[in-house]
Design a protein around this ligand. Structure first.
Ligand SMILES: Nc1ncnc2c1ncn2[C@@H]1O[C@H](COP(=O)(O)OP(=O)(O)O)[C@@H](O)[C@H]1O
Ligand SMILES: [Mg+2]
Length: 225
């Protein structure tokens, strides 16, 4: 069965076991995301937002429930297929930019392309994306020579270099001042509006959440509104 939903989540539960203690991180989450949507996810610390992202990205197995990404049930994928999903279909951006400090911006981006198995050399259209991100003239700088906002935009370029179906941004402006936050949020909005990039963004900030088409509220492992 095909649908316009790039993500379909049903009755998703996740229990972490730490010694004898059980933590119910997700207690039955249902969520549909259309291709091309920009969805903001807000909720208190510990409400299960990052866990949801880790499951959608195939980093963590759910305890029960269904996650379907691009019409494929994650539970029915082999380990190799899940690895491929992580490398090419679902991309992450984190609060910490996680760039390799000894490499230039260009090489940080190129390595992601190479690791995905893409051996086609440079993608000429990606130059336009780098212009849109406002980092085309920063490519030879190392992370320490870039502002936080520039580093995050390099991290975004790295995340989307393989044309993922879904970009998961977990508090992407959490380490940035207001000016740089605005730049990064505008860039995400441009990627969504001009390239149709599907984006899910976790944020604490209501002004940041307003950049999305809609906001999903989480509390105690559930979606509440
Ligand atoms: N790897 C883990 N092992 C054990 N407990 C975890 C792990 N990751 C998250 N948790 C717990 O699951 C709950 C939800 O965490 P998380 O998904 O990180 O929430 P949020 O991103 O909304 O702050 C919290 O109680 C957290 O302590
Ligand atoms: Mg989190």
């Amino acid at each position: 069965m095909s649908s316009s939903h790039v993500i379909r989540i049903e009755k998703l539960r996740k229990v972490y076991r730490v010694g004898k203690v059980q933590v119910e991180a997700l207690r039955g989450v249902d969520l549909l995301v259309e291709r091309g949507e920009f969805v903001s996810i807000v909720g208190p610390s510990g409400s299960g937002k990052s866990t949801l992202f880790h499951i959608v990205g195939g980093l963590t197995p759910p305890t029960s429930g269904t996650v379907i990404v691009e019409d494929r049930d994650l539970a029915r994928m082999s380990d190799a297929e899940r690895t491929r999903l992580r490398k090419t279909r679902v991309a992450f951006v984190f609060q910490k930019f996680n760039l390799l400090p000894t490499l230039s911006a260009a090489d940080n981006i190129a390595i992601a392309r190479h690791l995905s198995g893409n051996r086609n050399g440079a993608d000429p259209q990606f130059r336009d994306v780098l212009e849109m991100l406002g980092i085309a003239n920063r490519l030879h700088h190392r992370p320490s020579e870039l502002s936080g906002g520039e580093q995050q935009r390099v991290a975004i370029a790295r995340a989307i270099v393989n044309h993922p179906a879904i970009l998961l941004a977990d508090e992407p402006t959490g380490n940035l001042d207001t000016t740089n936050s605005q730049l990064v949020l505008s860039v995400l909005r441009d990627l969504n509006q001009r390239l149709g990039q599907t984006i899910l963004m976790i944020t604490h900030n209501p002004e940041a959440a307003a950049f999305g088409h809609r906001t999903v509220h989480m509390r105690d492992g559930r979606i509440v509104a």
